[in-house]
Design a protein around this ligand. Structure first.
Ligand code: SF4
Length: 82
């Protein structure tokens, strides 16, 4: 029996990298409300009638709708960072 080889057991596989997606709304927003309809887990309308991001990070499972909201924003006011 040989002793264990160094570096074999690290607990996590290197492929298990956790990616955090973030969304931002920039000044171009004119408050159509489309994003809040498309991805209500991430976007909401604030008191000024503009969209706001209500979470620090896009929740798991909402990534696709968040990207869709960014793509469909008529003013390209949504930036998605991954
Ligand atoms: S879809 Fe774009 S313009 Fe419309 S509320 Fe959202 S960020 Fe603003």
């Amino acid at each position: 029996m040989s002793p264990n080889a160094e570096g074999i057991t690290t607990g996590k596989s290197p492929g298990e990298r956790k990616v955090t997606m973030k969304a931002l709304v920039n000044d171009k927003c004119e408050g159509s409300g489309l994003c809040a309809d498309t991805c209500p887990d991430v976007f909401e309308m604030n008191d000024s009638g503009k969209a706001a991001v209500k979470v620090d990070a896009v929740p798991e499972g909402s990534e696709a709708s968040c990207r869709q909201a960014a793509t469909e924003c008529p003013l390209q006011a949504i930036e998605v960072r991954e």
